[in-house]
Design a protein around this ligand. Structure first.
Ligand code: SAM
Length: 264
């Protein structure tokens, strides 16, 4: 269906729709050119990971929560899979509202339930519920402590974590950095002395997809994220898409930073 001029004005007033690609008939509602391809790639990869690991019968008994779901496009995109329950958690009411408006204008129904909340109050907003699958995309690089974020997600996650984040280029971890980090703890006996690195930057809450307050956010290398997964109690962290595979499939060279997809 084609939105009316009044609908388009209302959508523009609610936007920008940076991370989603709501589509109906010939009309497409999206925003940042540099992000184009990312949403579809994430939804496709999430679908592939889930259908490779679980049968439809198993999925039909499972619940899924997307933390930092923005306007809900990614969970809605996989909502044809037969999950028992789907929840999107998002701290910005504005983002939930923009999804509601987009779906209303485009005549899209969704079975995803939305809750206002974030990493800081997951227990309160999810009522202590544990979800078989926890999805978190584009969130970890908007928080001060990715390790704390993973610790907050762990009690909510029953079977599988699907995580996507910008990641520091692992090639920056040279021999001198490795020596300075000194992986000497007893936990390194009998296993590879993997070390990671993080970079930091100041981020405000100005953009609808950013941190929720003024924060020094942390961009971690894949190694740091995997180690933090382990320390938070997730097992078997697995790289599903490395930065090169990700860039080839999603960014098509439009935005130069590194991103990874991992499961645990
Ligand atoms: C870059 S957007 C990614 C949106 C969507 N998940 C995606 O991948 O397209 C980051 C999202 O995380 C949310 N967010 C930021 N800080 C958060 C926090 N502390 N807890 C939960 N969500 C948060 C933002 O409001 C925003 O919706």
């Amino acid at each position: 269906m084609q939105p009316s001029l009044a609908d388009i004005e209302a959508l523009n007033a609610h936007g920008p729709y940076n991370d989603s690609v709501w589509t109906a008939g010939g009309a497409v509602l999206t925003h940042e050119e540099a992000l184009s391809g990312r949403g579809h790639y994430l939804a496709k990869t999430l679908r592939e990971v889930l259908t490779a690991r679980f049968t439809r019968g198993e999925l039909a008994e499972m619940s899924i929560a997307d933390i930092g779901c923005y306007d809900g496009w990614i969970p809605h995109e996989v909502s044809d899979l037969p999950f028992r329950k789907m929840v999107g958690v998002e701290p910005r009411l504005k983002n939930i509202r923009k999804g509601e408006l987009a779906r209303k204008v485009f005549g899209i129904d969704t079975r995803v339930e939305f809750r206002v909340g974030g990493l800081e109050n997951l227990e309160q907003c999810l009522g202590g519920e544990v979800f078989d699958i926890v999805v978190s995309t584009g969130l970890l690089h908007h928080v001060e402590s990715p390790a704390e974020a993973l610790r907050a997600m762990r009690p909510r996650c029953g079977r599988l974590l699907f995580l996507e984040t910008i990641a520091l280029d692992s090639r920056k971890i040279g021999d001198r950095a490795r020596a300075g980090i000194e992986p000497r703890d007893v936990v390194y006996f009998g296993r590879a002395k993997t070390v990671g690195m993080s970079g930091n930057k100041l981020e405000s809450s100005y953009y609808d997809g950013s941190a929720t307050g003024l924060e020094v956010v942390s961009i971690s290398s894949f190694e740091t994220i995997a180690l933090s997964c382990e320390a938070a109690g997730f097992s078997a962290p697995k790289l599903e898409a490395d930065p090169d595979a990700y860039r080839r499939a999603a960014w098509k060279g439009r935005r130069p930073f590194h991103a990874v997809i991992l499961t645990a």
